[in-house]
Design a protein around this ligand. Structure first.
Ligand code: SF4
Length: 344
């Protein structure tokens, strides 16, 4: 019979601190869980076995798909590119509106999964003619070891790597990962710590720290903000968020306002109204953000990229399809203004 040390999907966890009486503290994310023997942390991916912390999420993704990169969403990073996308079970948040709760609120050993060790995962991405890999759908922070090893091998093989995350990760693991990351989209849930705790089981400040760390370490960054009626659609909150972004040098960082649809524990709420989304965009524009998008409303045409100077349309999108791209060498094809992003 296999023991926990020889089980294929189990690896010693990184960033663990041994405490007395076989108790272990995990330092991967700001929960910094203190994990008792034979118990797991909040994310359900890390267990304490005989005083040693192990990750159960290694080489066993429960979701594997090829997506357009626009779906992440990343609009200023190789538009039109297909991206090999994976997730294991588990998450360090408890979002009331989680769209993927069947996998995020489960544990790796409870779900059927693929057998894709890091080198095989990279091989699969190459075989499917994608030039990038995304860690997405659930929260990649909680399958950190798998992300780290895969991202390293991906870079050795010329693949780009993308981190789609709630941003709730400690600085040290993030700094160690940054050299192997090319782009990230961080879900900035709202700009109110009390709402963060109530809606997501998280906190605001660590996410803001993550935005700074990613940007400061050369990872291309985009931000998503989902406007949930009565939780995150307050105009003052949106204004405070935009002020913070501009005040901290994120005016070139694309901001995706996203429409909420009733789901999971918030199935009684209405979808976000178009008026609220349009108002949010106005606030962001007046605050000085240069690239603002509205997602999940077909026909609004707010998913196109415009030149920040001459305002002409440079990347035309229909859903997740890029119909036209007039950016050349990172410059507007009309007026030659630089357009922030990684284009080619
Ligand atoms: S990664 Fe998991 S075990 Fe570690 S601190 Fe975060 S929630 Fe806790």
């Amino acid at each position: 019979m296999e023991t926990i040390e020889t089980e294929k999907w189990i690896r010693p966890a990184r960033y663990q601190e041994k405490l007395p009486d076989n108790v272990v503290r995990c330092h991967v994310c700001p929960h910094n869980c203190i994990v008792q023997e034979e118990k797991s942390g909040i994310c359900q991916t890390r267990v304490n076995h005989q005083g040693e912390l192990y990750t159960l999420a290694y080489g066993n993704p429960c979701s594997v798909h090829i997506d357009p990169i626009e779906k992440k969403p990343l609009f200023h990073f190789f538009p039109g590119m297909s991206i090999y996308s994976v997730a294991t079970a588990g998450c360090n948040f408890r979002c009331l509106n989680c769209q993927n709760w069947q996998i995020s609120q489960s544990a790796p050993q409870l779900l059927t999964h693929y057998d894709l060790m890091p080198a095989q995962l990279v091989q699969q991405a190459l075989l499917h003619n994608t030039n990038s890999l995304a860690f997405t759908y659930t929260e990649p922070t909680v399958f950190y070891e798998y992300v780290y090893d895969t991202a390293k091998i991906a870079h050795e093989n010329g693949l780009k790597t993308v981190f789609i995350s709630n941003g709730f990760i400690n600085e040290k693991p993030l700094l160690d990962l940054c050299p192997y990351l090319d782009a990230a989209n961080i879900d900035l849930k709202c700009f109110d710590d009390a709402v963060y705790r109530r809606l997501d089981g998280g906190r605001l400040q660590p996410v803001l720290d993550t935005l700074k760390t990613l940007k400061g370490n050369g990872v291309w960054l985009e931000i998503t903000n989902l406007l949930i009626p009565t939780y995150t659609d307050n105009e003052e909150m949106i204004q405070s968020m935009c002020d913070w972004l501009v005040g901290n040098g994120f005016e070139d960082t694309p901001l995706h306002f996203s429409r909420f649809f009733p789901t999971y524990k918030l199935s009684e709420l209405s979808p976000t109204s178009e008026t609220v989304l349009i108002r949010a965009k106005e606030i962001a524009m007046k605050s000085g953000l240069k690239y603002i998008y509205i997602g999940n409303i077909p026909g609004l045409h707010d998913e196109n990229t415009r030149c920040p100077a001459c305002k002409r349309m440079l990347v035309e999108r229909s859903g997740f399809v890029v119909k036209r791209n007039l950016i050349r060498h990172g410059l507007c094809g009309f007026c030659r203004e630089p357009v922030a992003g990684v284009w080619e």
